[in-house]
Every structure is written in structure tokens, then in C-alpha cells.
Design a protein around this ligand. Structure first.
Ligand SMILES: [Zn+2]
Length: 166
């Protein structure tokens, strides 16, 4: 399957947009999730949020530890402990940042068919879900680092802004 979607990179305003809950998920939404998954695989990502493909919708796809998730309205309802990983983001090519996040979370969402699901990812899986759920709330990983760290990556951000990084 091919997809017409493309990755929107920083500083595209869509990345700042907080999406509203989808009340009646339909086939259109299910198809977008499939297309997002295709694009994520094609770009070697392990997670992708709808903002990153230019859509202000609460949709994420994640593939971690051999499991595929295509979720609608994902929410974190419980958080425990802390962990820090070096994270990358398809909207910030070439940038890696160490971010402190919760080590164990509880996620509630609807699956691709609109059925309620909930699960408790830990470690790297928990980190990927937190990164993607941040996206649908208009938050990116540079919002989660100190001003000092952000200043340090300014040259890299400028290269992305000027289209010098693919
Ligand atoms: Zn990201």
C-alpha cells in the first residue's frame, strides 16, 4: 500500500496544535491510521502522531517490541516512576534528546475499530507512547528540555527550518 501522507517538520505550526477528541471513529479514520503506519515503516520510525502528517487529529501509531498499535483518542491515565532515554523524532531529523519521562504508564484509547482498549507499557514502550501522546496535545520533545539544551541545538533546528536536513 502507498500513502500520500508526508512528514511535517519543525517549525510547522501543526506540531503545536492540540487535537480534539474524535467522537465517532469511522472508516476514514481507520484508513488514516493504516496510511500513517505505512509512512512510519517507510521512514523507519517506531511512533507517529497525526500532527506529524499535517492532521490535527488524536491518532497515533506505534510499533514497539513486536507489537503494532493504531490508536484513537489515546490518554495517559496513570504514571509511575521515572526513566530517561535518548529520543529522536521524525519531525526533527538528526536531533536526539535525552528526555526524562515516566517509566510505567496506563494508556486508555480506542482501537482502529473504535473498541476501548487499555494497556500498561513500561520502559522504552512507555516512552514512545508518551512522546506520541505529547504530539497530539501540541507538545514536542524540544518543549521538554531546558532552555540551555534548546539553545545548544539551535544550529540543528535552523538547518531543519532551512530545509537542509531531509
Ligand atoms: Zn515525534
Amino acid at each position: 500500500m502507498k500513502t500520500k501522507l508526508k512528514i511535517h517538520k519543525w517549525p510547522d505550526k501543526i506540531l503545536k496544535k492540540k487535537s480534539k477528541e474524535i467522537e465517532n471513529p469511522d472508516q476514514v479514520i481507520a484508513d488514516i491510521l493504516d496510511q500513517m503506519y505505512v509512512l512510519m515503516k517507510a521512514t523507519d520510525g517506531i511512533g507517529l502522531a497525526a500532527n506529524q502528517v499535517g492532521l490535527a487529529l488524536p491518532l497515533i501509531v506505534v510499533e514497539v517490541q513486536g507489537k503494532i498499535y493504531k490508536l484513537i483518542n489515546p490518554k495517559i491515565i496513570k504514571r509511575e516512576g521515572f526513566v530517561a532515554f535518548r529520543e529522536g523524532c521524525l519531525s526533527f531529523p538528526g536531533i536526539e534528546l535525552e528526555i526524562k519521562r515516566n517509566n510505567k504508564i496506563c494508556v486508555e484509547a480506542l482501537d482502529q475499530k473504535g473498541k476501548p482498549v487499555c494497556f500498561e507499557p513500561e520502559g522504552i514502550s512507555a516512552v514512545v507512547f508518551q512522546h506520541e501522546i505529547d504530539h497530539i496535545n501540541g507538545v514536542t520533545f524540544i518543549d521538554r528540555v531546558s532552555l540551555w539544551k534548546r539553545l545548544k541545538i539551535t544550529p540543528q533546528l535552523n538547518r531543519i527550518k532551512n530545509g537542509k536536513v531531509k
